[in-house]
Design a protein around this ligand. Structure first.
Ligand SMILES: C[S@@+](CC[C@H](N)C(=O)[O-])C[C@H]1O[C@@H](n2cnc3c(N)ncnc32)[C@H](O)[C@@H]1O
Length: 309
C-alpha cells in the first residue's frame, strides 16, 4: 500500500532499548507501517524473528508489503495487542514494542474520521470490523455518559457543556461528520488566542472510547509481560498523559514488593509477591531536538522501558 505514510518516532531510542540481535525474537504490537518492525528485522539479521500485529487492516497489509525483503522471518496478524499472548508463546520474546495511538496514515485519511482538520465520516474505528463508530457513540450516549468520556478520557474542562449541546443538537441533526462535531465545539468555545484546536480533547476522548484504548493498553501490558523472556524488555511509547500513567502504574505495581505492611489494606497488595519487572530508565525518554524539528508529531512522545526479571 504505497500511500501508507508514517514516520516512526524515536527510532534510535527504540533500537537501543530493544537491543535487536541475530536470532533474537521480537514482538511489535502496533506494527503500523512497519517502520520500527523493518529496523528491528534489519538489526537482527539474518535470523531474528518478529511477531507483529495491528488492529487496522490497511496497516497489516502495508506492513506485510513493507517487510517482503524479510520474508520467512516474521508473522503478522490483524488483531488487538491485548491478545498477543493468545498466539505468541509465553516467555519467548527478547523485547516487545508498543508504539501507541494512531498512525499518520490513519490521521491523514479523512475517510477514517480521526481528524477535526479535514471533513469525513465521524468514524474513528482502528479496526473497521468493529460495529460501533464515533457517530454511534455521539448519537446514542446520554449526556452524562458523553460528559464522563470527555472528562475522563480528554481531561476536557467543558465536558458537561459540550455533552449537553451535543444531545440538544442531535435531536434535529444526528452527527455524521467530523466537521459537524468540530464546528459545534468551535462555536461553543471560540478559538481566539488558543494554540490547539478547541475540539482536540473531545476528539481524543472519543477515539479512546470508540477503540477502548485504555483497557486494551492495560491488557496489552500484561500480555507483553507474559510473552517476554526473563531479561526481556518491554518498550512503550505513549502520546498523552493518560496512557503514560497506565504504563507508570503498571511498572510501579510490578516493580516493587507487594508485602502488606499495614496502613490501608488494599486486597490486591495483601499477598507477598516478588517484583516481576525493573525499570531500565527512571524517567521517560523524550525525542531529541533534531527529531522534534523534523517530525512535529513526535512532540508528545514519551518512551518507557521495563525489563522482566
Ligand atoms: C503510532 S502507530 C505505530 C507505527 C509503527 N510503529 C511504525 O513504525 O509504522 C500506532 C498503530 O497502532 C495500532 N494500534 C493502536 N492500538 C492498538 C491495539 N490495541 N492493538 C493493535 N494495534 C493497535 C494503530 O492501528 C496504529 O496502526
Amino acid at each position: 500500500m504505497p500511500n501508507f505514510v508514517h514516520k516512526p518516532v524515536m527510532m534510535a531510542e527504540v533500537l537501543a532499548a530493544m537491543r535487536p540481535k541475530t536470532a533474537g525474537r521480537y514482538a511489535d504490537g502496533t506494527v503500523g507501517g512497519a517502520g520500527h518492525a523493518a529496523a528491528i528485522l534489519a538489526a537482527s539479521s539474518p535470523t531474528g524473528w518478529l511477531f507483529g500485529c495491528d488492529r487496522d487492516g490497511a496497516a497489516v497489509e502495508a506492513a506485510r508489503t513493507r517487510l517482503t525483503e524479510f520474508a520467512g522471518r516474521f508473522e503478522i496478524r490483524r488483531g488487538n495487542f491485548a491478545e498477543l499472548a493468545d498466539w505468541v508463546q509465553a516467555g519467548s520474546c527478547d523485547a516487545v514494542l508498543l508504539d501507541l495511538g494512531v498512525s499518520s496514515a490513519q490521521l491523514d485519511r479523512p475517510e477514517r474520521g480521526f481528524s477535526f482538520q479535514q471533513d469525513g465520516p465521524l468514524d474513528m474505528r482502528m479496526d473497521e470490523r468493529q460495529l460501533q463508530t464515533a457517530a454511534d457513540l455521539v448519537n446514542t450516549a446520554s449526556a452524562d455518559e458523553l460528559a464522563r468520556v470527555f472528562w475522563e478520557l480528554g481531561d476536557e474542562r467543558d465536558s458537561r457543556r459540550f455533552a449537553k449541546a451535543i444531545v440538544h443538537d442531535r435531536e434535529k441533526h444526528p452527527f455524521r461528520t467530523t466537521r459537524q462535531l468540530a464546528e459545534l465545539i468551535e462555536r461553543l468555545s471560540p478559538r481566539a488566542g488558543r494554540r490547539t484546536h478547541p475540539a482536540t480533547k473531545v476528539f481524543q476522548a472519543l477515539r479512546l472510547a470508540v477503540n477502548d484504548e485504555i483497557s486494551s493498553l492495560k491488557r496489552g501490558l500484561v500480555a507483553a509481560l507474559m510473552i517476554l523472556k526473563p531479561g526481556g524488555r518491554l518498550v512503550v511509547i505513549t502520546f498523552h498523559s493518560l496512557e503514560d500513567r497506565v504504563v507508570k502504574d503498571f511498572g510501579r505495581a510490578r516493580a516493587r514488593d507487594y508485602t502488606f505492611t499495614g496502613g490501608v489494606d488494599v486486597p490486591e497488595l495483601r499477598e507477598p509477591r516478588t517484583p516481576e519487572l525493573r525499570w531500565v530508565t527512571r524517567k521517560a525518554i523524550k525525542p531529541g531536538a533534531v527529531e522534534l524539528a523534523e517530525n512535529p508529531r513526535s512532540r508528545s512522545a514519551q518512551l518507557r522501558v521495563l525489563e522482566k526479571i
